[in-house]
Write a protein that binds this ligand. Structure first.
Ligand code: ATP
Length: 512
């Protein structure tokens, strides 16, 4: 199965089992907006809990808030979003399709990089054990030519975007001979800037209504509350403020399922530090965040850092944690050293002092900020797409199994009476009545036990317990593990301990 087919199957699966639905589907949907169904909401809540507790509970100096989506319009002037939260867009005149000019170029560069990697792979096969990769990369003429090409395009792209030279961006697209994937033509419009913020009005009478924006990031709710939290929480620098919430962006091209949505959720943490100490904290948070991701067990090689060469004007360092999605490595989380830009801007625009008096140095200053900003929906996609497996079993049967990290699984235990009679349902209900105080459980008595196991595999339930006639005599149940399908007979009192061992956050927290 190609990656594309696999991606299609997992999108269909997400709908079939109640993880993700298209928004307003009965009206043919709304582009790049999605609803989370009964199991999707559970999985999403579990990801949120993992993030929130890792931030707020495990770090004594980080607290969490929940600020409003609507904010004073001046916030977005101060933050620079009104003036500069733009993407460069370009249309193909033949297909009438719209693209982000920078993404067209980045995809083109990625293709060249792919060629380089293929060449390395070929070399490695050809030379076997004696293969010296570093030497090969620095001498192979094809690699050198492509390296130069990719570096040259990257340099020209960064220069053009940094100086907002849209003509140069278009020229680069022409020089690279990039064609529209739909029409195959190079008939491009000029490149224009497009502001990504959604706006609406606030006020009961339209004449005096104010334009306000749906926040495009949650971070500003933290900056404007910096003093409130610092004072009421008696916080001492360094300290952090965390938040999970909705953000809205009128994305030009919204594709790839929940990877790029117009309404999405972010989990952000702003860490306030002494000026001059930001690089230390930037490195600290890069390492901490990567460890958080890896502890989920999706595979160490699935993650990589991408250090930004092109920095936003307020940043003095920035990196993405990229994840290998079914469509390649893409940004999952950003870690940015934002200097004192945001607090200073709010100080300027609001006229309020956004300073901290440091009792250790006896000085007042505007703190510097290191932020970690992760997309909840992208994390969902990373977890869900990596867990989706189509397996052929030894007996020739096929099963679809979601090998979700057990701690994130929507349902932890399925309680299954072998038959619908002889007192087995009553016993099963009794067992479930106890387990549900600790875990999200699902009761199922319909169809054969094999079919019920498959249904639980398909939604990623780590354990099924089966209650049979013998249970009534000896108080033992069969517990079946999702990935190995191994079955074991255990006294019912042991079930809680077995499940807890695998699904509690504690085990994961010990790793990070
Ligand atoms: P991209 O380059 O992919 O547009 P970005 O650099 O604009 O992302 P940030 O502003 O750094 O993204 O936002 C932080 C995080 O929020 C991203 O790492 C991503 O996980 C998430 N995110 C941003 N835009 C979207 C979106 N349209 N849909 C879903 N998640 C998003």
């Amino acid at each position: 199965m190609t990656q594309e087919e696999l991606f299609k199957s997992l999108i269909a699966h997400a709908k079939e089992y109640g993880f993700i639905f298209q928004s307003s589907e009965i009206y043919d949907g709304l582009s790049a907006v999605y609803d989370y169904g009964q199991l999707g909401a559970e999985l999403k809540n579990n990801i949120k809990r993992y993030w929130w507790e890792a931030m707020v509970r495990l770090n004594e100096n980080i607290v969490g808030i929940d600020s409003a989506i609507f904010m004073h319009p001046k916030v977005w002037e101060a933050s620079g979003h009104v003036g500069a939260f733009n993407d460069p867009l370009i249309d193909n005149k033949d297909s009438k399709k719209r693209y982000r000019a920078d993404v067209l170029l980045e995809d083109h560069i990625a293709k060249i990089e792919e060629k380089i990697e293929k060449e390395v792979e070929k070399g490695s096969k050809r030379f076997g054990d004696s293969f010296d990769e570093a030497q090969f990369r620095s001498t192979n003429p094809n690699i050198l030519r492509n390296r130069e090409k990719a570096d040259d395009i990257t340099r020209r792209m960064n220069e053009a975007l940094n100086s907002n030279d849209l003509e140069a961006v278009k020229q680069l697209i022409i020089d690279c001979e990039i064609v529209c994937p739909i029409s195959g033509s190079r008939n491009w419009t000029d490149v224009r800037q497009f502001n990504l913020m959604f706006s609406t009005q606030m006020g009961s009478v339209s004449e005096d209504a104010n334009i306000i924006y749906l926040r495009p990031e949650t971070a500003q709710g933290i900056f404007v509350n910096f003093l409130n939290v610092q004072k009421t929480g008696r916080m001492k620098i360094p300290f952090g403020i965390a938040q999970i919430g909705k953000a809205f962006r009128n994305e030009i091209v919204a594709r790839q399922f929940i990877f790029r949505m117009r309404e999405f959720e972010q989990m952000e943490m702003q860490f306030f530090v002494r000026p001059g100490e930001e690089m230390k904290w930037y490195e600290h948070w890069k390492e901490k965040r990567l460890a958080w991701h890896k502890a989920l067990g999706l595979g160490e090689s699935k993650y990589r850092f991408h250090n930004h060469e092109k920095l936003a004007h307020y940043a003095n360092a920035a990196a993405d944690i990229e994840f290998e999605f079914p469509f390649g490595f893409k940004e999952l989380e950003g870690i940015h050293s934002r200097t004192d830009f945001d607090l200073s801007q709010h100080q300027k625009f609001s006229g309020r002092k956004m300073q901290y008096f440091d009792p250790e140095t006896n000085e007042s200053y505007v703190p510097y900020v290191v932020e970690t900003s992760i997309g909840l929906d992208r994390t969902f996609l990373a977890v869900y797409s990596t867990s989706y497996c189509e397996e052929r079993l030894e007996n020739g049967e096929e099963r679809v199994v979601l090998k979700l990290p057990a701690v994130l699984a929507p349902v932890k235990v399925a309680v299954l009476p072998l038959v619908k009679k002889d007192g087995l349902p009553e016993k099963a209900r009794e067992i479930m009545g106890d387990l549900k105080f600790d875990f999200n459980c699902q009761y199922d008595e319909k169809d054969s036990i094999g079919k019920r196991y498959r249904r639980q595999d398909a939604i990623g339930t780590p354990y099924c317990i089966t209650i049979d006639h013998q249970t009534l005599e000896d108080g033992c149940v069969t517990i079946r593990e999702r990935d190995t399908m191994a079955q074991e007979r255990v006294p019912v009192e042991k079930v809680r301990g077995i499940v807890d061992e695998r699904v509690s956050l504690r085990k994961i927290f010990e790793k990070i």
